[in-house]
Structures are given as structure tokens and as C-alpha cells.
Design a protein around this ligand. Structure first.
Ligand SMILES: [Zn+2]
Ligand SMILES: [Zn+2]
Length: 191
């Protein structure tokens, strides 16, 4: 019995479907399928398969190509969705910051802080975290909790040493406590 050049199992005549290269190297149709996807030459002798043999795999190759395209299309769609989600979450965060600014203007400091605390729990972006840290520091300065403000704002500028507004409120908080040297240090870093 002839054995398949790919899987080395026997090819039963009249039962197994198989194909030959021009030099008579025989392979199961099923085994040859995956090979033909990558090469139209015989894996043993590198002789090209006849058009007749290759035509037998045309539909299979097309099917595989379509599957690949579909998968690619799907990936693109998922990327697009992810991008949209990011934008939506950015927008909703901006809205949230806006609402905090309104609360600050209305001097609803405690309420603003509790909303910030709630939001902070779910926040995973560094930038969002820094925004929240800044707002908490600023609010604490505004409600006269200078020690807390310094704590928060110092943490912020340690993370982001070019946070101009952070240094500004840090300076103000130091100044309010009469720590003029430290205030000067902070003000010097406001751009
Ligand atoms: Zn085989
Ligand atoms: Zn061959």
C-alpha cells in the first residue's frame, strides 16, 4: 500500500481521496489541503502540482481566505468599538469634572469631595487619578483644610512635577499656614 507523504499513513485505493505530484508522490486530499494553502509545490520534490490538482483546492483556499478576511474585519470592528468606548468614557469624565467645578463654585465642598471619593474607586487611568487628586487638594484648600490640601497636592506634584495648578494651590496652602519658604518653593514651580 502506498503511504501518504504527509501523514505517512496508508492510502487505501478506492476509499481514500488522494492526489499525486507529477513525480508520483501521493498524499491524502485532507493532508494536502493545509499544505496547498502555503505552497503549490510538492513537499517532497518541490515539483509544482498540476493545474488539475490545484483546481481541486480552489474552493477550499477561497473559503480560508474569506475566513481570514472576516476575522480581520472583526478585529477592526472591535478596535473601532474600543476607540468609541474610550471617547465615551473620556466625555463622561469631562462631564463629571464639570459637575465638580460647579459644586466648587457653589461652595458645596463636602458634597464635591464625596462625589470625588466615589469616582476614585473605579478610576484606573493615571491621568484621571491625578485630576481627582488635584481637585481634592484644591477643594480642601478652599474649605480651609490646608494640612489636607498640602498632603494631597504634594502627592500630586511628586507624581507629576509639571502640574502648574497643583504647585499654585500647594503654594497657597503653605502660605495660609505661614510656611513662606515652602510657599516660595512651590510658587517658583508654577509656569
Ligand atoms: Zn495523509
Ligand atoms: Zn513530489
Amino acid at each position: 500500500m502506498v503511504s501518504c507523504i504527509i501523514c505517512h499513513l496508508g492510502i487505501i485505493e478506492g476509499v481514500d481521496s488522494s492526489h499525486n505530484c507529477p513525480n508520483g508522490h501521493q498524499a491524502h486530499t485532507e493532508c494536502l489541503k493545509e499544505w496547498i494553502l502555503h505552497s503549490s509545490n510538492c513537499p517532497v520534490c518541490r515539483e509544482p502540482y498540476s493545474k488539475e490538482v490545484l483546481d481541486k483546492f480552489k474552493d477550499f483556499i477561497k473559503l480560508r481566505e474569506n475566513e481570514k478576511l472576516e476575522a480581520l474585519d472583526n478585529d477592526l470592528r472591535i478596535d473601532e468599538l474600543k476607540k468609541m468606548e474610550k471617547i465615551a468614557s473620556k466625555m463622561s469624565f469631562l462631564k463629571f469634572i464639570e459637575s465638580i467645578d460647579i459644586l466648587i463654585n457653589e461652595q458645596e465642598y463636602d458634597y464635591a469631595l464625596s462625589r470625588l471619593d466615589l469616582h476614585n474607586n473605579g478610576s484606573n487611568s493615571i491621568q484621571k487619578g491625578q485630576n481627582i487628586l488635584f481637585l481634592k487638594g484644591k477643594i480642601n484648600y478652599m474649605r480651609g483644610r490646608y494640612d489636607l490640601a498640602i498632603n494631597l497636592l504634594f502627592k500630586l506634584v511628586k507624581e507629576k512635577y509639571d502640574h502648574s495648578e497643583g504647585f499654585l494651590f500647594l503654594g497657597k496652602a503653605y502660605e495660609a499656614l505661614g510656611l513662606d519658604d515652602k510657599a516660595k518653593w512651590a510658587y517658583e514651580r508654577v509656569k
